[in-house]
Design a protein around this ligand. Structure first.
Ligand code: ATP
Length: 701
């Protein structure tokens, strides 16, 4: 029975082998498609027939034109009348003949002729007036009022044509004409004149209109083509001259190059705001409305003058924020950090050298957190950075071992960054007032070389900015002193994204934004002091304004402390839910003791302690075998059996600063006490030993 059951056969497939490496025939476009293509691309079809917004604008212009036409007509008739009377006076007084005679100094000879001619012209005028009056009366008698209206209308039309505004038309020019503001939107000649006045085009050159003046947001937009050989980049550079010629503040004028398919090197798109675009109240960050964020998505950063949203990509790059105090530096850096905080897979290192309250809320989410501006904090930061250098090296090593599917290049991918087994989360290092650690002069010894802690931190940051981004390390540095001495040029060169709020002069602006940026029209020293949170962003990668935009002026979103705290709280909740809380936030507080270990501050040489006077020799001996980085004052006082006051003076003489540090307690916790950094004591002892040795040598010789 089972044998007789039908068996399902495999499908029989029929096919033809096609070699798709050869050129394939392309289907011919239909007539309609070709027509549509021609219609869209032809320069002969006006834009208002192609685009709805342009059609709407054209209709608006038409209505405005119709409404204004009676006034234009009356103005033209009046001008025609004035010009007519002026012309008649010149004719009846034989002005040209008289002037020629005056110039030839023959007025006396020609006086009789001129008089005769004048008399004759007066007679002609009288005859024409009488004849005209006769014609009008006759027409009135024959045809009544209609004729009077007809003749009056004809005369008015003739006068209006005679008096219409045209290039080179005669007429008195006002010595002080009225404001030019926005007149260019109605009269393109004003725009051409502005470009000429700003010396962006020559006297005989003109502009070509690509897109007529259109209302866009709270301003007018227009796109023009410059004459051949003129560059749009020069217009951007000389924006201020153009703003003056158009009678607007330069913050109101946005000039951009049109790039890509629809643009070329001479196509300029302009937008002129009706009023100061940054005078309106600031907008709160949209991050408040989101539950969570993905660190791989650009973070909402602010809005440009045209109210377009500007997002800032952070992963695979690093950020430098620079400004003079109170301009919104911390606010801007916190915005960047906020996007990362709302991603529970992101790890954060936050060092606040401003030592204020601005960053405190981040402590509840940060893997490492500190706030302070003493040398101890600088050394702790160096410890973090060394830890991160090790982490980056480890990540590269591990990436090399991963298969190509998981890790196609030597770069962290979104999937990798969220894979807990791989342990390569996006790690953000946020340092506010980075000039504090970079300027620190505490001596440290690294691999046998003595250098200042500032130099060491600079070297580590440069290394991380170079190698870190691909391994998922994001640096966000904010500085109050963007001068070349503070931020080493090597470090600046590798920080991809820059944001310059107001600075003191163009040099500082260039230090943040990059060489020559002021000559390209980007100078943050020209921003107004009242424009808090407004700065020039030079992004690394795409922004909403387009990948080709070199830099743009942005006003950052406003995120006061309460919003910042709310975001940090949410960041913590998200991390708790995902079980990604680590380090400081998870309570395993890393104290200064175990983070600075990496710095070898140099052992005091044995002969040094010999050449030291007491009680310094005892101090050197006591610390000789000590591997701790921080020693409490009370312990040292006890060990040396010294008077606390004398001991404090002694340490002061050695150049050691008293600081706070944590020491482990018996119950496994930690306690904060006052004390000294061993690195500092050792440096002081070594210096003193050198001085004593030199003195000894001098005495013996
Ligand atoms: N986007 C913004 N819109 C409006 N006001 C802002 C904006 N950003 C910052 N501010 C204002 O600017 C003030 C200074 O900001 P912030 O504390 O960030 O300055 P700072 O440059 O970090 O100053 P300092 O160098 O003293 O630390 C803030 O109190 C805030 O009111």
């Amino acid at each position: 029975m089972a044998d007789s059951l039908p068996i399902k056969a495999d499908p029989v497939l029929d096919g033809e082998l096609v070699d798709d490496t050869l050129p394939q025939p392309r289907p011919r476009a239909s007539r309609r498609e070709r027509f549509v293509f021609w219609w869209v691309h032809s320069p002969r079809v006006p834009l208002w027939l192609k685009r709805r917004d342009q059609a709407r604008q054209a209709a608006k212009d038409f209505v405005v034109g119709v409404l204004r036409s009676p006034f234009w007509f009356l103005g033209a008739v009046f001008r025609g009348l004035v010009l007519g009377v002026r012309w008649w006076r010149g004719w009846v007084t034989v002005r040209d003949f008289r002037e020629a005679a005056v110039q030839a100094e023959k007025l006396a000879d020609k006086f009789g002729d001129i008089r005769v001619l004048t008399l004759f012209r007066w007679k002609v005028t009288g005859a024409v007036s009488v004849a005209s009056a006769g014609v009008v009366t006759l027409a009135d008698l024959l045809y009544g009022e209609v004729a009077l209206w007809g003749l009056g209308g004809g005369a008015a039309l003739a006068l209006a044509i005679f008096g219409r505004r045209k290039e080179g038309s005669p007429g008195r020019k006002a010595v002080l004409s009225g404001p030019r503001t926005l007149s260019w939107t109605m009269d393109p000649q004003v725009l051409v004149d502005a470009f000429r006045d700003a010396k962006l085009i020559g006297k005989d050159e003109t502009l070509r209109l690509v897109q007529r003046a259109t209302r866009m947001g709270y301003g007018w937009a227009i796109t023009v083509d410059l004459p051949a050989t003129r560059k749009a980049a020069d217009v951007i550079k000389n924006r201020e001259a153009l703003a003056s010629a158009l009678a607007v503040d330069e913050v109101q004028l946005i000039v951009e190059r049109v790039r890509g398919n629809g643009g070329h090197a001479g196509r300029v798109s302009m937008w002129v705001a009706d009023e100061d675009p940054y005078a309106a109240p600031p907008i709160r960050t949209p991050l408040l409305q989101v539950e969570r964020w993905d660190a791989w998505r650009p973070v909402p950063f602010g809005r440009d003058a045209r109210d377009r949203r500007v997002d800032l990509p952070l992963v695979w790059t690093s950020l430098l924020v620079g400004a003079i105090p109170r301009q919104g530096k911390t606010f801007a850096t916190r915005l960047a950090a906020a996007g990362l905080i709302l991603d529970p897979y992101t790890r954060l290192y936050v060092a606040d050298f401003k030592a204020g309250k601005d960053w405190d809320a981040a402590a509840q989410v940060a893997h490492r957190f500190m706030s302070g501006d003493e040398s101890a904090h600088v050394l702790a930061l160096a410890g973090w950075l060394v830890e991160l250098v090790g982490e980056v090296q480890g990540r590269y090593r591990r990436m090399r071992e991963l298969d190509d599917e998981t890790c196609p290049e030597s770069k962290v991918t979104p999937e990798m960054s969220r894979d807990r087994m791989l342990d390569m989360p996006i790690t953000a290092v946020v340092i506010d007032e980075v000039q504090v650690p970079l300027e620190d002069r505490t001596a440290v010894k690294v691999e046998g070389k003595t250098l200042t802690a500032g130099e060491y931190v600079g070297e580590l940051l440069t290394w991380l900015a170079k190698k870190g981004p691909a391994a998922g390390i994001v640096l966000a540095l904010a500085t109050q002193r963007p001068d070349s001495k503070t931020i080493p040029s090597g470090l600046r060169a590798v920080l991809g994204s820059r944001f310059a709020l107001r600075v003191m002069d163009w040099r500082d602006s260039n230090i943040v934004l990059g060489e020559q940026m002021n000559t390209r029209g980007y100078d943050s020293s020209r921003l107004l002091a009242s424009h808090k949170g407004v700065g020039i962003l030079r992004p690394d990668g795409d922004t909403q304004a387009g990948a080709d935009v070199l830099a743009l002026t942005v006003r950052t979103y406003y995120m006061p402390n309460e919003d910042w705290q709310a975001i940090c709280r949410r960041g913590r909740e998200l991390r708790e839910a995902e079980r990604t809380l680590t380090g400081h936030a998870a309570g395993s507080d890393l104290t200064i003791e175990n983070t600075v270990k990496v710095i070898d501050a140099g052992e005091p040489q044995s002969e040094s302690s010999e050449s030291l006077p007491e009680p310094l020799a005892a101090l050197a001996k006591y610390l000789a075998a000590d591997s701790r980085e921080f020693v409490p004052t009370s312990e040292l006082v006890n060990a040396l059996d010294a008077d606390p006051r004398e001991f404090a003076e002694l340490m002061n003489d050695l150049g050691c600063q008293r600081t706070r540090g944590r020491v482990p307690t018996e119950d496994g916790g930690a306690r904060q006490v006052r004390g000294y950094l061993t690195a500092e004591i050792r440096t002081g002892l070594r210096d003193r030993a050198d001085v004593s040795a030199d003195a000894g040598e001098e005495v013996s010789s």
